[in-house]
Design a protein around this ligand. Sequence first.
Ligand code: ADP
Ligand code: MG
Length: 318
Amino acid sequence: MDEFDLIKQYFRRQHRCPGVVVDNGDDCAVVTLAAAERLVFSIDTLVEGRHFTADIAPHDLGYRALATALSDLAAMGAEPRYFTLALTLPNVDKQWLSAFSQGLFELADQHAMALLGGDTTKGPLTITIQVHGVVSEDRYLSRNGAKVDDIIAVTGTLGDAAAGLQSLLRSSAEAEPFLLSRFLRPTPRIDEGMALLAYSRCGIDISDGLLADLGHIVAASGVAASVDVTTLPTSTALAFIDDVAQRQHYQLSGGDDYELCVTIAPAQWLAAQAYFSAQGWPLTAIGYIVAAETGRESITLRAGSVELAVTATGFKHF
Ligand code: ADP
Ligand code: MG
């Protein structure tokens, strides 16, 4: 099987994506955007041994690679459209390619996304995905829009993926299925991100942990944050962990949840809450934005009204 057969068999698919003028298979793809649409794009690389281990199921790897890339579009409130895939493979393994592409397209199809191109080379297993989405004119979520008194809210539940990863590292046989799936097959909060544009212009996705990612918002916005750890949304599965300190560590500093963290003006909060609850989507207030003060932590933690020392920080790559 040569490179071109491989691409044709596994990576060229029918899709429902609008505006594709030249599809995958030419030197470049060509797409049309409506006059009011703005292109939003982002790229991510996953390297074996660094971002995943050799024992991950290829189906999960395909799904997860696209999910983590899509989470960045969700964090902007963008609607996903297309993606490109640069695949570096040590060898051509048909079973692997079939499972990987199935996982990838399972998620792509959920969002009517088209794989419009890519590159295929030989080398250590590396997956690079660039995702493209659209927003309408200047309506997007960015990191620098937080204002004093805004409510800090998060989608979904926190800490699940970190707990899932830990149990996987200890013994995959004992891993709790829900927590494990939160790590292996995260859900990019695309619909939530687009809906949040009605109530907010400031948000981020939680990939490196709440403290690290909320830290990016407060740094970019020139403000500080006060977070009540007793309000962090907790899944039933995570609540089974008896060690409260460990659980809070997962929720504050564990990465990989791919939930959204947004700041919402108090006047918008009830409407946002009502909309999310009508959709059946969790949206939880966990604190509020305060003025930055020199000599003070940019994020202070509370348990109710009792201030806590910040001991946990988010994951950093270097
Ligand atoms: P070129 O040499 O013109 O860059 P390639 O030979 O690399 O083109 O690829 C041929 C076609 O297949 C192009 O349309 C390219 O976008 C597509 N393609 C290559 N690799 C992949 C991949 N891993 N996934 C999807 N499409 C791919
Ligand atoms: Mg070419």
